[in-house]
Structures are given as structure tokens and as C-alpha cells.
Ligand binder design. Structure first.
Ligand code: C5P
Length: 221
């Protein structure tokens, strides 16, 4: 472990998309690359934190020097998070699927000769950020969520912070024209009890380093 202001602190980071199975070979997913969560885990580790990195199937490899827990589905991610607690801080950068298929088939769903189509029934996935934010016992002292929005970024993210019960929300605009989703840059607003802090557009690595520094300050003070 590196020396630094987060030495001796355990920080949990979720990252990447989740895959929700339809059958053994098919799944529902989203376009999250895992880039921002991976950069954040790396930056926290560089400040000396003991990082548990719970990741769905991401495009980018996990950083070296962190404890990697690979999962597929939202339900598996929640279990991995609960197993990894307690933590001094938890950052939820994963793009968790909102819905899963109610009963994924154990065998590959076959095309029907008569042309009848499969019908998928959905159930809501657990909200991992809200679950941890609202823990009565063992809640991490600092819980950070992300809010990827395409409209009314500030209003939606501010409401989300209250609804979920987390301490900070890192809000960003993922409208296609921003190129942020899947890109190397991000433009974020950090929303806390103290209000909103608008950061200039910068590389995801720089966003990660600044956020890690803010987390170190919060845990120190
Ligand atoms: O509600 P929304 O998905 O926009 O909230 C985004 C935040 O909530 C992110 O921090 C994300 O990691 C977290 N989240 C979660 N579990 C879910 C849905 C979102 O942890 N099922």
C-alpha cells in the first residue's frame, strides 16, 4: 500500500455496468465503460487507501494494487458491497441496471418454429447506493453517488442526493453531444450539504484525483 493521507482508510468503489442475464448466453447491459470508477479507484489507492473495487464487466482493466471483486449482475454487486463493508468511505460509480429479468432461463431460449416471440418480464433491481446510504448500523461515514443526467442536471442531481440519502453526488451531463459517456473527459458538479461546486471540464483521471483529494480532506476533518 502507498503512503498518503488515506493510509489506513478502507474505501469501497463500485464501477462499470451490470449484466442482467436473460439466459446462459444473453444479457441486458448498458454503455458504461467503467473508466471513471477505475480512475477513481486508482487515485484513491495512490493516496494510500485500502481500496475494494467491486466492478461489473467493464471495458477497461481494473487498476493494480486494489482488491478487485468481479460481479455480473446488480444483485451480485449488492452482495459484494455488503461483504466488503465496513468502509470509511464508499463511492458508487457503477451504472447499475435498473431492472433484471424476473426468471432468467437456465437453458438457451430457442427460436420457436411457429415464430412466437419470447416475452421478458422485469423486476426492479435493488438500489445499492440508497441501501448503503440508509443503513441504520455500519453506514460508511462518507457515501458518494454519481448522477449521470441528460436534462436538468442540477435539479435532478440535488433531488437524487436527498432521495437516496448519500452525502455527496457527483453530477454530470451525459447528453450524447457532450461525448462524456465512453469518452476520456468529464465535466462534473460536486453537490453536498454545502451546495454545488462546478468543476471545469477535464480528463477523467483529473476528476478522479480531485475527488480522491476531497475524500481525503473529508475523512481527515
Ligand atoms: O438513480 P440513478 O441510477 O441515476 O443513480 C445513480 C447513482 O446510484 C450512482 O451512484 C449509481 O452507482 C447508484 N445506483 C446504485 N444501484 C442502483 C442504481 C443506481 O448503486 N440500482
Amino acid at each position: 500500500l502507498m503512503d498518503g493521507p488515506l493510509r489506513g482508510k478502507h474505501v469501497l468503489v463500485t464501477s462499470g455496468p451490470t449484466h442482467e442475464p436473460i439466459d446462459p448466453v444473453r444479457y441486458i447491459a448498458n454503455r458504461s465503460s467503467g473508466a471513471q470508477g477505475t480512475a477513481l479507484a486508482r487515485a484513491l489507492s495512490a493516496l494510500g487507501a485500502d481500496v475494494t473495487f467491486v466492478t461489473g464487466p467493464a471495458d477497461v482493466p481494473p487498476p493494480d494494487g486494489v482488491n478487485v471483486v468481479k460481479v455480473q449482475s446488480a444483485q451480485q454487486m449488492l452482495e459484494a458491497v455488503q461483504t466488503a463493508l465496513p468502509a470509511d468511505a464508499a463511492v458508487f460509480a457503477a451504472a447499475v441496471a435498473d431492472w433484471r429479468v424476473v426468471s432468467a432461463s437456465d437453458s438457451k431460449i430457442k427460436k420457436d418454429a411457429k415464430g412466437s416471440l419470447p416475452v421478458l418480464e422485469f423486476a426492479e433491481n435493488p438500489d445499492i447506493l440508497a441501501t448503503v446510504s440508509q443503513m441504520k448500523k455500519g453506514r460508511p461515514p462518507l457515501v458518494v453517488g454519481f448522477a449521470a443526467e441528460t436534462d436538468d442536471v442540477m435539479a435532478n442531481a440535488t433531488a437524487k442526493r436527498v432521495r437516496k440519502g448519500c452525502d455527496w453526488i457527483v453530477a454530470n451531463d451525459v447528453s450524447p453531444e457532450t461525448g462524456i459517456m465512453g469518452g476520456s473527459e468529464n465535466a462534473v458538479t460536486l453537490i453536498s450539504d454545502d451546495g454545488a461546486d462546478v468543476w471545469p471540464r477535464m480528463g477523467k483521471d483529473d476528476v478522479a484525483r480531485q475527488l480522491a483529494a476531497r475524500i481525503a480532506d473529508a475523512l481527515a476533518g
